[in-house]
Design a protein around this ligand. Structure first.
Ligand code: GLA
Length: 698
């Protein structure tokens, strides 16, 4: 890992990649290379801009590192500003650079300036030990005496090396159908994915994945993940000459930001990398997240097996009922008991109560203490559900402060799930939210919060702001701030980030919350597709998965299949244990005990997608660490009855080691080389059959 500067050429070197930029004769920072290593470092200083003609300017065609709107540039830009004299074009030229060391990290700052307006735009690149992932972000400093309005400020522009079209992979999801992968070949024009809902949303995700001739094991894959839990925009374009570019950052839709004299604006980071094959991409991001990004306190610890009450009791929680569930949860091996929605205010269903974060006296006459004491006595930790950013019109909070929700006086507020969004850009609202949560955490022994957010924003009037278009940005910052403050004050607190399931899965939430609720869809077959998409860029450890008895798809699937699917992430239990037979509870005991034996491998090991339902009639994943490998096999529903043998080649093993495991009812020993190169046939019986095979390294 190193950063070099050589006469205006900047070379970022990670273990396996080079990222190279150079300042040209006009002072513009150009992009020269991103991808595999190239030893001829001197070559790059010879770079020259392209010729011009009357319709295609050199600048519009060139590979720039951070192009602003201005001059003869007609493609998606990274930066737009309005200056005090009315000028709406920016010219960013090279001013200076700085390389600093911060522990094992290197930071390169390249300062560009818009000279007449005394505005600095600093492109920041952070390199860390043992990873090819580069963190990029941008700082804007207004060094003038006048207000500058930022109209667009992306986190980065990315240039792809090949002139042939790239395939863009993102998602086409929905509530309860998150992470449904879709790929599109970008031959021309601009493909834009964005969120305007306030959160990073269920539909598309704030990432770009651009590949060529790629599968799990080979091909070029360039990717970037934005650390932002709000409105974002990704624009991927390809011009007539075949240059593919991606611009990613905060969405400029209905956004602007007043940068006053002396102020600084810092964009969210984008974590970007280059990989040979999708598997390498996922593993790079998986280990990067667990090494550097997740909140530090629990980063290296495996997540506890949790029980969540939602699908067992819905809103109908009571002290006695939850205690009964807790007894069984502890008995089957759960380590954490989370009471979901329904415990507060006048909450009977989703029509009332949000905002009133005091314990419902009818349901909990003596407060939460008896329940929490019971949970603790059973040897589990206790967690509680909040939806802190929301308010029901039928609540004490809304009756007292109707002006606390985003609103326009002339517009009727649209309800979604019977609720409104609180204006967290107001200091008093932010303080209220912090205080009610802090009070609960201070009064009770609560070590886990499930932080939910169950609607998209609308009527986003925020009269308190000088520039109301800042609300999209300021709201997200307020969420991060409250979560960070709570964690700072309550050092052992873990927070799960939920937004009607997986509506807030991004590297921003994962920098402040310890894990995410992946999806409200707990149907195991659907889940496999959701988990497949999730695993592309997001850490396995953070993928909460519940075994439940809710069968929304009316599809037959047995406990083995359900456990198989959920044990591929962070195992949790979410069914109504009170209805289960002793035999069913015993199955839970068996699998939870087994999960505890393999969870280090699952949550921290290397991860391989061996087969999936889009391409195969079996779904197979494998997790590997230095001691063992765990193979999960799930046969799909739509397969021919006679195709019961599936040939699987394992991955990631040590070729020279021997692996011992149960194979077709007998103990077997095979070398890593055999298992990877030759592979084995697995008898998967009938449809929807599953197997978990633990291969112990001898
Ligand atoms: C959302 C969450 C669920 C549950 C409910 C409670 O839908 O995703 O897990 O917490 O809210 O109302």
């Amino acid at each position: 890992m190193k950063i070099l500067e050589n006469g205006g050429v900047f070379i970022l070197e990670t273990e396996n990649t080079h990222y190279i930029m150079a300042v040209d004769s006009e002072g513009v920072l150009n992009h020269l290379h991103w991808g595999g290593k190239c030893p001829e470092e001197d070559y790059f200083s010879t770079y020259k801009p392209w010729e011009r003609n009357s319709n295609h300017s050199a600048r519009d065609l060139s590979k720039t590192e951070f192009i602003p709107y201005g001059g003869t540039v007609y493609r998606p830009v990274c930066f737009m500003a309005t200056y005090p004299d009315g000028c709406r074009e920016a010219v960013l030229t090279y001013k200076d650079f700085n390389i600093s060391e911060d522990g094992d990290n290197f930071l390169l700052e390249i300062i560009l300036e818009d000279k007449p307006y005394n505005l600095d735009v600093t492109l920041c690149y952070k390199l860390r030990e043992n990873t090819d992932i580069i963190e990029r972000f941008v700082k804007v400093n207004n060094n003038s005496y006048s207000l500058v309005v930022l109209n667009k400020i992306s986190s980065g522009e990315f240039n792809l090396p090949s002139l042939r079209p790239y395939t863009s992979t993102n998602f086409n999801g929905a509530w309860a159908a998150e992470f449904r992968m879709e790929s599109t070949v970008i031959k021309n024009g601009v493909l834009s994915y964005d969120s305007r809902k306030g959160g990073s949303n269920h539909t598309v995700n704030p990432v770009f994945i651009l590949s060529q001739n790629a599968d799990e094991k080979q091909g070029d894959v360039f990717f970037g993940a934005l650390a932002w839990t709000g409105n974002f925009k990704t624009e991927i374009s390809r011009d007539f000459a075949g240059r593919t570019r991606a611009v990613i950052g905060i969405n400029d839709f209905d956004f602007s930001y007043n940068l006053h004299p002396g102020e600084e604006f810092i964009t969210p980071s984008v974590f970007c990398g280059y990989a040979k094959g999708f598997s390498s991409m996922s593993n790079q991001m998986n280990s990067f997240a667990t090494e550097y990004i997740l909140p530090e306190r629990y980063r290296k610890e495996p997540l506890p097996v949790l029980y969540n009450s939602w699908e067992a009791t819905w809103f109908n929680v009571s002290s006695e009922g939850q205690q009964k569930l807790a007894e069984l949860a502890a008995d089957i091996g759960c380590e954490l008991f989370v009471m979901d929605d329904g415990w507060f205010g006048q909450r009977k269903d989703d029509h009332a109560g949000l905002g009133d974060w005091y314990v419902n006296k009818k349901k909990f006459p003596e407060g939460l203490k008896p329940l929490i004491d019971k949970v603790k006595a059973l040897g589990m930790r206790f967690g509680l559900w909040f939806e802190p950013e929301m308010v029901n019109p039928d609540s004490d909070l809304f009756r007292a402060h109707p002006e606390w929700a985003y609103h326009y006086k002339t517009r009727k507020a649209s309800l979604l799930r019977n609720q409104l969004v609180l204006n967290l850009t107001r200091e008093d609202v932010k303080e209220y939210v912090f205080k009610v949560m802090d009070d609960m955490l201070s009064e009770y022994d609560i070590s886990y919060i499930k932080w939910d957010m169950n609607r998209a924003y609308s009527e986003t009037g925020a009269e308190n702001l000088e520039n109301p278009q800042e609300l999209w940005y300021r709201h997200v910052k307020a969420v991060y701030e409250i979560a960070d403050r709570l964690k700072k004050k309550h050092a052992d607190l873990q927070i799960e980030c939920c937004a009607s399931g997986g509506g807030r899965v991004d590297f921003g939430s994962l920098s402040h919350f310890d894990m995410v609720w992946t999806s409200d869809n707990t149907d195991p077959l659907d889940r496999l597709e959701i988990q497949h998409g999730f695993s592309l860029l997001y850490p396995i450890k953070c993928m909460r998965a519940w075994v439940t008895d809710t069968n929304r798809g009316s599809r037959p699937n047995d406990w083995d299949f359900r456990f198989n699917v959920t044990m591929q992430g962070s195992l949790s239990i979410g069914g109504n244990l009170l209805k289960y037979s002793e035999e069913e509870l015993e199955i839970h005991r068996k699998y939870i005990a087994m999960y505890k034996e393999i969870r280090n491998t699952v949550q921290f090991g290397s991860f391989y997608r061996l087969a999936n339902f889009k391409e195969d009639s079996i779904y197979a994943t494998e997790y590997v660490d230095e001691n063992q490998s765990v193979l999960f096999l799930c046969r799909g529903a739509n397969t021919f009855f006679n195709s019961k043998f599936y040939h699987i080649n394992l991955d990631g093993l040590d070729k020279d080691s021997q692996y011992k495991f149960e194979y077709e009812g007998k103990e077997a020993v095979f070398s890593g080389a055999y298992l990877m190169n030759v592979g084995l046939d697995f008898d998967m019986g009938g449809t929807l059959q599953s197997k978990i095979i633990v291969l112990k390294k001898a």
